[in-house]
Ligand binder design. Structure first.
Ligand SMILES: [Zn+2]
Length: 354
């Protein structure tokens, strides 16, 4: 299969008119050539931080503080999760997976509550178990918690935060299992940042309250950071120092809890771009390549040999027509209505054939 249009090629998203040739789930060639197409072809998004389990609780808990909302074990989110059945949770997550695909996300890094059962519920949603519209192509990298056995089924361990428990043992186990260890840090205040960094995590999430000493540590160790600025705004904890972080390490974007924010990377990119005023290229990398790098995946970039996870936008939509700077338009302006195709693992998932 091949796609034609203006291709945002490589890690710098250089616009090249031509063709992307795909075979066996991989990009085999990028050909520069004059083509008859207004399409814009870019890597599918990698959403670097989600909690899609709370898809059952969208917009619940208005006015609650961060802890009242999501702190384990008795924050509103955890009470709602406990009171919902497995089937309800799977059905709600499946709807979220389909929405994420339709908004151009090919991969997401999911922090999963509920131990082995929680991971099983996500796998059921991905497999379309008991869901009318069936299996999804979107790929999850699952970080489990709450259970000593969770590493046997998850791709890594996703710790709630250093103040919630002693994570030394599970940190070592995760390393021995050759899996990834991520942890929330600096969301409510700065107190849990150094203890989280002492665990030598593969990545940190949030870092809203990072101070200069923490920024130095991040730079020294090269620890990647996932930022979720819309979530931070909703939970009223401030906004992350995105610019300062990008000067020091790899930064990726995540949409965090479905409960508080729609898992659309278009929305997160626009918000992060306008908040930080970083170059659009940098923001697009945060929404694609950087998350893939954290997860050790060969995607999030259009180049020969990368996984064929691609997003095609209609460059002649009423929203995008006449854009003078294509990358800037994609980052700050594009949305769901501009999506014409989504390809995951070399297979088209939008438009759907069923
Ligand atoms: Zn989180």
């Amino acid at each position: 299969m091949h796609l034609e249009g203006t291709i945002l090629v490589g890690p710098d998203f250089e616009p090249v008119e031509g063709r992307v040739v795909v075979a066996d789930g991989e990009i085999v060639r990028v050909e520069a050539e004059s083509v008859e197409s207004d399409d814009v072809i870019l890597p599918a998004f990698v959403n670097a931080h989600t909690h899609i389990g709370d898809s059952i609780a969208k917009e619940a808990g208005e006015g609650l503080s961060l802890d009242e909302l999501v702190a384990p074990p008795d924050g509103l989110k955890h009470r709602l999760l406990r009171s919902a059945s497995h089937e309800e949770k799977v059905a709600a997550m499946a709807r979220t997976l389909r929405y994420m695909e339709s908004t151009g996300t090919g991969t997401f890094l999911e922090f999963r509550e509920g131990g082995v059962d929680g991971v099983a519920a996500l796998r059921d949603a991905l497999a379309g178990e008991g869901v009318e519209f069936g299996e999804r192509a979107i790929e999850s990298v699952v970080f489990g918690r709450d259970d000593p056995d969770v590493l046997s089924v998850a791709d890594g361990y996703g710790a709630s935060g250093a103040r919630d428990a002693d994570f030394d043992a599970v940190r070592s186990e995760t390393r021995e299992a050759g899996k990834l260890f991520g942890i929330h840090a600096g969301e409510r205040d700065a107190d849990d940042i150094n203890p989280a960094m002492d665990l030598d995590p593969d990545f940190l999430v949030h870092m809203v309250h990072a101070e200069s000493i923490h920024l130095e540590r991040v730079a020294d160790r090269g620890t990647p950071v996932v930022v979720c600025p819309r979530s931070n705004l909703v939970t009223n904890v401030g906004v992350p120092p995105i610019r300062e972080l990008t000067e020091r390490t790899t930064v990726a974007l995540g949409t965090d809890n479905v409960m508080t924010d729609s898992p659309s990377m278009f929305r997160e990119m626009e918000f992060a771009a306008k908040l930080s005023d970083l170059p659009a290229r940098e923001i697009l990398r945060m929404a694609t390549r950087n998350g893939a790098e954290i997860a050790g995946l060969n995607r999030g970039v259009v180049r020969k040999g990368a996984d064929a996870d691609l997003l095609v936008l209609d460059g002649d939509s009423d929203n995008l027509a006449g854009a003078r700077d294509l990358v800037r338009a994609v980052v700050r302006r594009a949305g769901h209505a501009d999506v014409s195709r989504v390809v995951i693992g070399g297979e088209p998932v939008v438009p759907r054939d069923d």
